[in-house]
Design a protein around this ligand. Structure first.
Ligand SMILES: Cc1ncc(COP(=O)(O)O)c(C=O)c1O
Length: 403
Protein backbone atom coordinates (compact mmCIF):
# COMPACT_ATOMS: atom_id res chain seq x y z
CA UNK A 1 0.00 0.00 0.00
CA UNK A 2 1.41 3.40 -0.99
CA UNK A 3 1.61 6.33 1.43
CA UNK A 4 -1.44 8.59 1.32
CA UNK A 5 -0.72 11.61 -0.87
CA UNK A 6 -3.60 13.80 -2.11
CA UNK A 7 -1.41 15.28 -4.86
CA UNK A 8 -0.68 11.83 -6.28
CA UNK A 9 -4.35 10.90 -6.01
CA UNK A 10 -5.33 14.08 -7.87
CA UNK A 11 -3.22 13.00 -10.81
CA UNK A 12 -5.53 10.04 -11.31
CA UNK A 13 -8.46 12.39 -11.96
CA UNK A 14 -8.61 13.92 -15.48
CA UNK A 15 -10.89 16.69 -14.21
CA UNK A 16 -8.12 18.18 -12.06
CA UNK A 17 -5.61 17.96 -14.89
CA UNK A 18 -8.00 19.95 -17.10
CA UNK A 19 -9.16 22.31 -14.32
CA UNK A 20 -6.19 22.77 -11.98
CA UNK A 21 -7.59 25.92 -10.36
CA UNK A 22 -10.93 24.47 -9.33
CA UNK A 23 -11.37 23.99 -5.59
CA UNK A 24 -13.99 21.27 -5.73
CA UNK A 25 -15.65 20.85 -2.34
CA UNK A 26 -19.01 19.40 -3.31
CA UNK A 27 -17.98 15.78 -3.03
CA UNK A 28 -20.95 14.77 -0.88
CA UNK A 29 -23.17 15.62 -3.88
CA UNK A 30 -20.93 13.84 -6.36
CA UNK A 31 -17.21 13.21 -6.63
CA UNK A 32 -15.00 13.76 -9.65
CA UNK A 33 -14.39 10.67 -11.78
CA UNK A 34 -11.38 8.42 -11.57
CA UNK A 35 -9.61 8.27 -14.96
CA UNK A 36 -9.30 4.47 -14.92
CA UNK A 37 -13.07 4.11 -14.31
CA UNK A 38 -13.87 6.44 -17.22
CA UNK A 39 -11.42 4.53 -19.43
CA UNK A 40 -13.06 1.24 -18.50
CA UNK A 41 -16.49 2.62 -19.31
CA UNK A 42 -15.34 3.97 -22.67
CA UNK A 43 -13.53 0.68 -23.35
CA UNK A 44 -16.76 -1.19 -22.79
CA UNK A 45 -18.59 0.99 -25.30
CA UNK A 46 -15.77 0.67 -27.85
CA UNK A 47 -15.09 -3.05 -27.60
CA UNK A 48 -17.71 -4.98 -25.64
CA UNK A 49 -20.95 -3.07 -26.16
CA UNK A 50 -23.92 -5.42 -26.14
CA UNK A 51 -26.66 -6.41 -23.73
CA UNK A 52 -25.97 -8.91 -20.97
CA UNK A 53 -27.50 -12.31 -20.22
CA UNK A 54 -29.32 -12.59 -23.54
CA UNK A 55 -26.93 -13.14 -26.42
CA UNK A 56 -25.09 -16.30 -27.41
CA UNK A 57 -22.58 -14.41 -29.54
CA UNK A 58 -19.09 -13.66 -28.27
CA UNK A 59 -19.65 -9.96 -27.66
CA UNK A 60 -22.63 -10.52 -25.41
CA UNK A 61 -20.86 -13.31 -23.58
CA UNK A 62 -17.92 -11.00 -22.89
CA UNK A 63 -20.24 -8.24 -21.66
CA UNK A 64 -22.01 -10.73 -19.38
CA UNK A 65 -18.70 -12.03 -18.04
CA UNK A 66 -17.49 -8.48 -17.31
CA UNK A 67 -20.79 -7.55 -15.64
CA UNK A 68 -20.79 -10.63 -13.42
CA UNK A 69 -17.08 -10.20 -12.65
CA UNK A 70 -17.89 -6.67 -11.45
CA UNK A 71 -20.53 -8.12 -9.15
CA UNK A 72 -17.96 -10.55 -7.75
CA UNK A 73 -15.46 -7.73 -7.16
CA UNK A 74 -18.08 -5.69 -5.28
CA UNK A 75 -19.04 -8.74 -3.20
CA UNK A 76 -15.40 -9.29 -2.21
CA UNK A 77 -14.87 -5.63 -1.35
CA UNK A 78 -17.98 -5.51 0.82
CA UNK A 79 -17.18 -8.92 2.38
CA UNK A 80 -20.56 -10.24 1.27
CA UNK A 81 -21.01 -13.99 1.55
CA UNK A 82 -21.57 -14.46 -2.19
CA UNK A 83 -22.02 -12.48 -5.44
CA UNK A 84 -25.80 -13.11 -5.38
CA UNK A 85 -25.99 -10.78 -2.39
CA UNK A 86 -25.03 -7.87 -4.67
CA UNK A 87 -27.79 -6.21 -6.70
CA UNK A 88 -26.85 -3.51 -9.20
CA UNK A 89 -29.24 -0.58 -8.95
CA UNK A 90 -29.45 2.94 -10.35
CA UNK A 91 -27.90 4.32 -7.15
CA UNK A 92 -28.57 4.64 -3.42
CA UNK A 93 -32.06 6.09 -3.90
CA UNK A 94 -33.01 3.28 -6.22
CA UNK A 95 -31.57 0.69 -3.82
CA UNK A 96 -33.48 2.05 -0.82
CA UNK A 97 -36.71 2.22 -2.84
CA UNK A 98 -36.15 -1.38 -3.96
CA UNK A 99 -35.97 -2.50 -0.33
CA UNK A 100 -38.91 -0.41 0.90
CA UNK A 101 -41.18 -1.52 -1.96
CA UNK A 102 -40.03 -5.13 -1.62
CA UNK A 103 -40.89 -5.23 2.08
CA UNK A 104 -44.46 -4.07 1.52
CA UNK A 105 -45.96 -7.43 2.40
CA UNK A 106 -43.93 -7.67 5.62
CA UNK A 107 -45.36 -4.54 7.26
CA UNK A 108 -48.82 -4.29 8.85
CA UNK A 109 -50.89 -1.86 10.88
CA UNK A 110 -49.28 -1.26 14.26
CA UNK A 111 -45.74 -1.98 13.04
CA UNK A 112 -43.11 0.71 13.37
CA UNK A 113 -40.20 1.87 11.21
CA UNK A 114 -37.38 3.78 12.86
CA UNK A 115 -35.25 6.34 11.01
CA UNK A 116 -33.19 9.26 12.27
CA UNK A 117 -33.46 13.02 11.87
CA UNK A 118 -30.15 13.10 10.00
CA UNK A 119 -31.32 10.94 7.07
CA UNK A 120 -31.13 12.06 3.45
CA UNK A 121 -34.63 12.21 1.91
CA UNK A 122 -33.76 9.01 0.05
CA UNK A 123 -33.73 7.19 3.38
CA UNK A 124 -36.92 8.79 4.70
CA UNK A 125 -39.38 9.08 1.83
CA UNK A 126 -39.47 5.37 0.86
CA UNK A 127 -40.10 4.50 4.54
CA UNK A 128 -42.73 7.19 4.98
CA UNK A 129 -44.53 5.91 1.86
CA UNK A 130 -44.29 2.31 3.11
CA UNK A 131 -45.61 3.30 6.55
CA UNK A 132 -48.49 5.26 4.95
CA UNK A 133 -49.38 2.37 2.61
CA UNK A 134 -49.41 -0.21 5.36
CA UNK A 135 -50.83 1.78 8.28
CA UNK A 136 -47.52 1.58 10.13
CA UNK A 137 -45.86 4.35 12.16
CA UNK A 138 -42.67 6.14 11.15
CA UNK A 139 -40.56 7.09 14.18
CA UNK A 140 -37.74 9.62 13.89
CA UNK A 141 -34.89 9.51 16.41
CA UNK A 142 -33.53 12.93 17.34
CA UNK A 143 -30.02 14.34 17.52
CA UNK A 144 -27.74 15.77 20.18
CA UNK A 145 -26.46 19.36 19.94
CA UNK A 146 -23.19 18.02 18.48
CA UNK A 147 -25.09 16.34 15.65
CA UNK A 148 -24.78 12.79 16.92
CA UNK A 149 -27.65 10.35 17.26
CA UNK A 150 -29.46 10.94 20.54
CA UNK A 151 -29.32 7.33 21.73
CA UNK A 152 -31.70 8.00 24.63
CA UNK A 153 -34.34 9.18 22.15
CA UNK A 154 -33.44 6.34 19.76
CA UNK A 155 -34.05 3.77 22.53
CA UNK A 156 -37.30 5.50 23.51
CA UNK A 157 -38.57 5.09 19.93
CA UNK A 158 -37.29 1.53 19.55
CA UNK A 159 -39.48 -1.36 20.72
CA UNK A 160 -40.72 -4.83 19.87
CA UNK A 161 -43.05 -3.11 17.37
CA UNK A 162 -40.00 -1.87 15.39
CA UNK A 163 -39.77 -3.91 12.18
CA UNK A 164 -37.24 -1.85 10.22
CA UNK A 165 -34.38 0.41 11.34
CA UNK A 166 -33.05 2.58 8.49
CA UNK A 167 -29.96 4.66 9.30
CA UNK A 168 -27.21 6.49 7.42
CA UNK A 169 -23.72 5.16 8.06
CA UNK A 170 -22.55 8.78 7.69
CA UNK A 171 -24.69 11.95 7.61
CA UNK A 172 -24.46 13.85 4.32
CA UNK A 173 -24.75 17.17 6.17
CA UNK A 174 -22.96 16.70 9.47
CA UNK A 175 -20.39 14.08 8.51
CA UNK A 176 -21.25 12.20 11.72
CA UNK A 177 -20.32 8.51 11.66
CA UNK A 178 -23.15 6.54 13.26
CA UNK A 179 -22.64 3.54 15.58
CA UNK A 180 -23.90 1.00 13.06
CA UNK A 181 -22.68 -2.13 14.88
CA UNK A 182 -24.47 -1.06 18.04
CA UNK A 183 -27.67 -0.37 16.06
CA UNK A 184 -27.65 -3.69 14.17
CA UNK A 185 -27.03 -5.58 17.43
CA UNK A 186 -29.93 -3.77 19.07
CA UNK A 187 -32.22 -4.41 16.08
CA UNK A 188 -31.47 -8.15 16.27
CA UNK A 189 -32.86 -8.27 19.82
CA UNK A 190 -36.36 -7.62 18.40
CA UNK A 191 -35.86 -9.20 14.98
CA UNK A 192 -36.01 -5.83 13.16
CA UNK A 193 -34.37 -5.55 9.74
CA UNK A 194 -31.52 -3.05 9.37
CA UNK A 195 -31.09 -0.94 6.24
CA UNK A 196 -27.89 1.10 6.13
CA UNK A 197 -27.47 4.03 3.76
CA UNK A 198 -23.77 3.86 3.01
CA UNK A 199 -23.66 6.62 0.36
CA UNK A 200 -21.31 8.82 2.39
CA UNK A 201 -19.25 6.14 4.10
CA UNK A 202 -17.91 4.31 1.04
CA UNK A 203 -15.61 7.21 0.01
CA UNK A 204 -14.35 7.44 3.59
CA UNK A 205 -13.19 3.97 4.51
CA UNK A 206 -13.28 0.21 4.04
CA UNK A 207 -16.47 -1.73 4.51
CA UNK A 208 -17.36 -5.14 5.89
CA UNK A 209 -21.09 -5.88 5.83
CA UNK A 210 -20.68 -9.12 7.76
CA UNK A 211 -18.86 -7.34 10.54
CA UNK A 212 -21.53 -4.60 10.60
CA UNK A 213 -24.11 -7.41 10.62
CA UNK A 214 -26.64 -5.33 8.67
CA UNK A 215 -29.39 -6.82 6.51
CA UNK A 216 -29.12 -4.25 3.71
CA UNK A 217 -26.44 -1.74 2.69
CA UNK A 218 -26.78 0.76 -0.19
CA UNK A 219 -24.40 3.08 -2.02
CA UNK A 220 -23.87 4.97 -5.31
CA UNK A 221 -20.85 4.66 -7.63
CA UNK A 222 -20.83 8.38 -8.42
CA UNK A 223 -20.00 9.20 -4.79
CA UNK A 224 -16.94 6.93 -4.90
CA UNK A 225 -15.32 8.40 -8.02
CA UNK A 226 -17.16 6.07 -10.39
CA UNK A 227 -19.83 6.66 -13.04
CA UNK A 228 -23.26 8.14 -12.46
CA UNK A 229 -26.38 6.03 -12.82
CA UNK A 230 -25.25 2.87 -11.05
CA UNK A 231 -25.24 1.79 -7.44
CA UNK A 232 -25.32 -1.25 -5.25
CA UNK A 233 -27.77 -2.87 -2.91
CA UNK A 234 -26.18 -5.46 -0.67
CA UNK A 235 -28.70 -7.73 1.03
CA UNK A 236 -28.41 -10.79 3.18
CA UNK A 237 -29.15 -13.64 0.78
CA UNK A 238 -32.06 -15.22 2.65
CA UNK A 239 -33.79 -11.84 2.93
CA UNK A 240 -33.16 -10.83 -0.70
CA UNK A 241 -34.67 -14.16 -1.75
CA UNK A 242 -37.92 -13.15 -0.07
CA UNK A 243 -37.89 -9.50 -1.17
CA UNK A 244 -40.76 -8.88 -3.60
CA UNK A 245 -39.35 -7.64 -6.94
CA UNK A 246 -40.07 -3.98 -7.48
CA UNK A 247 -38.89 -3.58 -11.08
CA UNK A 248 -40.93 -6.01 -13.15
CA UNK A 249 -39.93 -6.67 -16.74
CA UNK A 250 -37.31 -8.27 -18.93
CA UNK A 251 -34.43 -10.34 -17.62
CA UNK A 252 -35.91 -11.07 -14.18
CA UNK A 253 -38.44 -13.71 -15.06
CA UNK A 254 -38.16 -17.42 -15.79
CA UNK A 255 -41.70 -18.24 -16.92
CA UNK A 256 -44.63 -16.09 -17.96
CA UNK A 257 -48.09 -17.33 -18.90
CA UNK A 258 -51.40 -15.53 -18.62
CA UNK A 259 -51.98 -17.35 -15.32
CA UNK A 260 -48.56 -17.58 -13.78
CA UNK A 261 -45.24 -15.76 -13.43
CA UNK A 262 -42.12 -17.42 -12.01
CA UNK A 263 -39.27 -15.09 -11.21
CA UNK A 264 -35.64 -15.99 -11.71
CA UNK A 265 -33.33 -16.49 -8.74
CA UNK A 266 -30.92 -13.92 -7.31
CA UNK A 267 -29.60 -11.54 -8.43
CA UNK A 268 -31.68 -11.40 -11.66
CA UNK A 269 -35.09 -11.26 -9.94
CA UNK A 270 -34.22 -7.82 -8.53
CA UNK A 271 -32.61 -6.42 -11.69
CA UNK A 272 -35.52 -6.11 -14.13
CA UNK A 273 -34.75 -4.34 -17.43
CA UNK A 274 -31.46 -3.58 -19.12
CA UNK A 275 -28.89 -2.71 -16.45
CA UNK A 276 -26.34 0.09 -16.73
CA UNK A 277 -23.67 -2.36 -17.86
CA UNK A 278 -21.00 0.14 -18.93
CA UNK A 279 -21.11 1.86 -15.53
CA UNK A 280 -21.25 -1.38 -13.56
CA UNK A 281 -18.15 -2.80 -15.28
CA UNK A 282 -16.26 0.38 -14.31
CA UNK A 283 -16.83 -0.22 -10.58
CA UNK A 284 -13.89 -2.66 -10.21
CA UNK A 285 -11.54 0.16 -11.29
CA UNK A 286 -12.91 2.25 -8.43
CA UNK A 287 -12.54 -0.61 -5.99
CA UNK A 288 -8.93 -1.16 -7.03
CA UNK A 289 -8.35 2.53 -6.30
CA UNK A 290 -10.14 2.41 -2.90
CA UNK A 291 -8.11 -0.65 -1.93
CA UNK A 292 -4.90 1.27 -2.60
CA UNK A 293 -5.78 4.02 -0.12
CA UNK A 294 -3.96 4.11 3.19
CA UNK A 295 -7.02 4.90 5.30
CA UNK A 296 -5.12 5.39 8.58
CA UNK A 297 -3.00 8.09 6.95
CA UNK A 298 -6.09 9.61 5.35
CA UNK A 299 -7.73 9.84 8.81
CA UNK A 300 -4.82 11.94 9.99
CA UNK A 301 -5.12 14.15 6.85
CA UNK A 302 -8.85 14.55 7.68
CA UNK A 303 -7.89 15.69 11.20
CA UNK A 304 -5.53 18.32 9.75
CA UNK A 305 -8.32 19.65 7.54
CA UNK A 306 -10.71 19.70 10.49
CA UNK A 307 -8.31 21.74 12.55
CA UNK A 308 -7.88 24.26 9.69
CA UNK A 309 -11.68 24.57 9.45
CA UNK A 310 -12.11 24.97 13.21
CA UNK A 311 -9.31 27.52 13.54
CA UNK A 312 -10.61 29.42 10.51
CA UNK A 313 -14.06 29.61 12.06
CA UNK A 314 -12.73 31.38 15.13
CA UNK A 315 -11.96 34.36 12.86
CA UNK A 316 -15.47 34.51 11.35
CA UNK A 317 -18.01 36.01 13.74
CA UNK A 318 -21.56 34.60 13.51
CA UNK A 319 -20.54 31.38 11.72
CA UNK A 320 -21.80 28.13 13.24
CA UNK A 321 -20.55 24.65 12.35
CA UNK A 322 -23.40 22.13 12.31
CA UNK A 323 -22.04 18.83 13.49
CA UNK A 324 -19.06 18.66 15.79
CA UNK A 325 -19.08 14.96 16.61
CA UNK A 326 -15.68 13.52 17.50
CA UNK A 327 -16.30 10.74 14.96
CA UNK A 328 -16.93 12.47 11.66
CA UNK A 329 -15.72 12.55 8.06
CA UNK A 330 -14.73 15.68 6.13
CA UNK A 331 -18.21 17.11 5.58
CA UNK A 332 -18.68 20.60 7.05
CA UNK A 333 -22.01 22.44 7.07
CA UNK A 334 -22.05 26.06 8.21
CA UNK A 335 -24.81 28.52 8.89
CA UNK A 336 -24.31 32.22 9.44
CA UNK A 337 -26.36 34.38 11.80
CA UNK A 338 -27.11 37.03 9.15
CA UNK A 339 -25.69 36.00 5.76
CA UNK A 340 -27.68 33.49 3.68
CA UNK A 341 -25.86 30.34 2.60
CA UNK A 342 -26.81 30.89 -1.06
CA UNK A 343 -25.13 34.31 -1.04
CA UNK A 344 -21.98 32.83 0.46
CA UNK A 345 -21.96 29.95 -2.05
CA UNK A 346 -22.36 32.39 -4.97
CA UNK A 347 -19.49 34.53 -3.72
CA UNK A 348 -17.28 31.47 -3.25
CA UNK A 349 -18.20 30.31 -6.77
CA UNK A 350 -16.76 33.59 -8.11
CA UNK A 351 -13.45 32.48 -6.57
CA UNK A 352 -13.66 29.04 -8.22
CA UNK A 353 -14.63 27.33 -4.94
CA UNK A 354 -17.48 24.86 -5.45
CA UNK A 355 -19.64 24.29 -2.38
CA UNK A 356 -23.34 23.60 -1.93
CA UNK A 357 -26.03 25.66 -0.21
CA UNK A 358 -29.53 24.69 0.82
CA UNK A 359 -31.09 21.92 2.84
CA UNK A 360 -28.98 19.13 1.29
CA UNK A 361 -32.06 16.86 0.95
CA UNK A 362 -32.16 16.56 4.73
CA UNK A 363 -35.04 18.74 5.79
CA UNK A 364 -35.62 16.88 9.07
CA UNK A 365 -32.16 17.82 10.24
CA UNK A 366 -31.89 21.58 9.91
CA UNK A 367 -34.57 22.49 12.52
CA UNK A 368 -32.32 20.78 15.11
CA UNK A 369 -29.88 23.60 14.45
CA UNK A 370 -32.54 26.34 14.26
CA UNK A 371 -31.85 27.01 10.59
CA UNK A 372 -33.43 26.17 7.25
CA UNK A 373 -30.31 26.34 5.09
CA UNK A 374 -26.59 25.84 5.34
CA UNK A 375 -23.42 26.02 3.32
CA UNK A 376 -21.75 22.63 2.89
CA UNK A 377 -18.12 22.02 2.03
CA UNK A 378 -17.38 18.33 1.61
CA UNK A 379 -13.80 17.11 1.35
CA UNK A 380 -12.56 13.81 0.03
CA UNK A 381 -9.41 11.90 -0.82
CA UNK A 382 -8.03 14.35 -3.40
CA UNK A 383 -8.61 17.56 -1.40
CA UNK A 384 -5.59 19.26 0.10
CA UNK A 385 -4.94 21.24 3.27
CA UNK A 386 -4.28 24.25 1.01
CA UNK A 387 -7.82 23.97 -0.30
CA UNK A 388 -9.18 23.94 3.26
CA UNK A 389 -7.14 27.07 4.03
CA UNK A 390 -8.33 28.73 0.80
CA UNK A 391 -11.96 27.99 1.71
CA UNK A 392 -11.68 29.52 5.17
CA UNK A 393 -9.83 32.58 3.91
CA UNK A 394 -12.42 33.16 1.18
CA UNK A 395 -15.30 32.54 3.59
CA UNK A 396 -13.92 35.10 6.06
CA UNK A 397 -13.69 37.66 3.24
CA UNK A 398 -17.24 36.93 1.98
CA UNK A 399 -18.77 37.20 5.47
CA UNK A 400 -16.86 40.44 6.10
CA UNK A 401 -18.19 41.93 2.82
CA UNK A 402 -21.78 40.80 3.41
CA UNK A 403 -22.29 41.64 7.11
C1 LIG B 1 -26.56 9.87 2.67
C2 LIG B 1 -27.15 9.87 1.29
N1 LIG B 1 -28.08 8.98 0.99
C3 LIG B 1 -28.62 8.90 -0.23
C4 LIG B 1 -28.25 9.77 -1.23
C5 LIG B 1 -28.86 9.65 -2.60
O1 LIG B 1 -27.89 9.20 -3.49
P1 LIG B 1 -28.22 9.07 -5.06
O2 LIG B 1 -28.73 10.42 -5.46
O3 LIG B 1 -26.91 8.72 -5.66
O4 LIG B 1 -29.26 8.02 -5.20
C6 LIG B 1 -27.29 10.74 -0.96
C7 LIG B 1 -26.91 11.74 -1.98
O5 LIG B 1 -26.47 12.82 -1.69
C8 LIG B 1 -26.71 10.79 0.33
O6 LIG B 1 -25.78 11.68 0.64
Amino acid sequence: MVAYDPAAIREQFPFFIKHPGCVYLDNAATTQRLGSAVDRMVGFYYDENSNVHRGVYDLSERATLAYEAARGTVADYLHARCAEEIIFTGGTTDALNTVAAGLDGEICTGDEILVTAMEHHSNILPWKALADRRGAKLNIAGLTPTGELDMEDFLKKFSTRTKIVAVAHVSNVLGTINPIKYITKLARTVGALTVIDGAQWLPSGPINVQDLDCDFYAFSAHKIFGPMGVGVLYGRREILEKLAPFRLGGGMVQKVTAEEVIYRGLPDRLEGGTPNVASAVAIPAVIEFLKSVNWAQYRSHERKIRSIIERGMEKIPGLQLLGTAPEKVGIYAFSHRTVHAHDLASMLACQNICVRAGNHCAQLLLPHFQTSQSLRASFTLYNTVDEAAALMKALAKCVCQMS
